[in-house]
Design a protein around this ligand. Structure first.
Ligand code: SAM
Length: 248
């Protein structure tokens, strides 16, 4: 039966293309790609000659019907984006929702995703985390979002761009405190990959001192708010201290 396959592509290192991704991209009838010119290079590298059609933010809704017709005719479709997992800050949401509504099978392939790669190497708790995408571009909206998140106790993952990184770090420091722990994973899987882990105040200073760390693609992983230790009234603390002395 025909299906829509969601196919991740590498985020920098072509070695991260999975065997199954290559197989599926060769077998389907058409590949819906965010930027066909960009994807053509990837296809050439892996010897894939399946036709590409452009599906981006501006035409996705119109394309749904045409792609639905392909599926009805028994032709499978693969969705790829410029890098990483489609729909994770990339187009595809409307297409997947449309296919679900029409009763077509939607088959996800696991693969490269910058957010998950950064989280896995962050050294921060991973039992609970939220994916926050990009912070808003304007300071006011960015601070509103950060203030909403400031008391959350779980780890938070943000995508960030080089020209906004310093402003975002300034606002994270203001809204979440200078000592909040943060990990910046930059150029993951590429030649100049780096993972910096320190307080937000230190990270901002480090980026000013070493501007090369402001460049390239980056993910910020921010620790949740540390739990406050229960403050007991002084007499209770004194009684506890006495009890501790008496206990074996
Ligand atoms: N769909 C992609 C994924 O699965 O990660 C994300 C696409 S989003 C438009 C692009 C953003 O992802 C970049 O601005 C950066 O924040 C992050 N990103 C992508 N590749 C990266 C890499 N190699 N290293 C660090 N961050 C990366």
């Amino acid at each position: 039966q025909a299906a829509l396959y969601i196919v991740p592509t590498p985020i920098g290192n072509l070695g991260d293309m999975t065997l199954r991704a290559i197989e599926v991209l060769k077998q389907v009838s058409v590949i819906a790609a965010e930027d066909t010119r960009n994807s053509r290079r990837l296809m050439q590298h892996f010897d894939i000659d399946t036709p590409l059609v452009a599906v981006h933010d501006h035409n996705e809704q119109q394309r749904c019907q045409w792609l639905g017709e392909q599926l009805t005719q028994g032709k499978s479709v693969a969705l790829i984006s410029d890098a990483g997992t489609p729909l994770i800050n990339d187009p595809g949401y409307h297409l997947v929702a449309y296919c679900q509504q029409q009763g077509f099978d939607v088959v996800p392939l696991p693969g490269a995703c910058a957010a998950i790669a950064a989280l896995s190497a962050s050294g921060l708790p991973t039992d609970r985390f939220s994916y926050e995408g990009f912070l808003p571009a304007k300071t006011k909206a960015r601070c509103d979002r950060l203030n909403d998140l400031a008391d959350a106790s779980h780890t938070m993952v943000f995508y960030e761009s080089p020209h906004r990184i310093l402003d975002s770090l300034t606002d994270i420091e203001t809204c979440m405190g200078a000592q909040r722990r943060i990990v910046m994973a930059r150029e993951i899987t590429k030649t100049f990959e780096s993972i910096l882990s320190m307080s937000v105040h230190e990270l901002r200073q480090r980026l000013i001192d070493e501007p090369r760390h402001q460049k390239g693609e980056m993910v910020l992983v921010v620790a949740g708010k540390p739990k406050q230790k229960e403050a007991l009234p002084k007499p209770a603390l004194q009684t506890l201290a006495l009890l501790r002395k008496e206990l074996p």
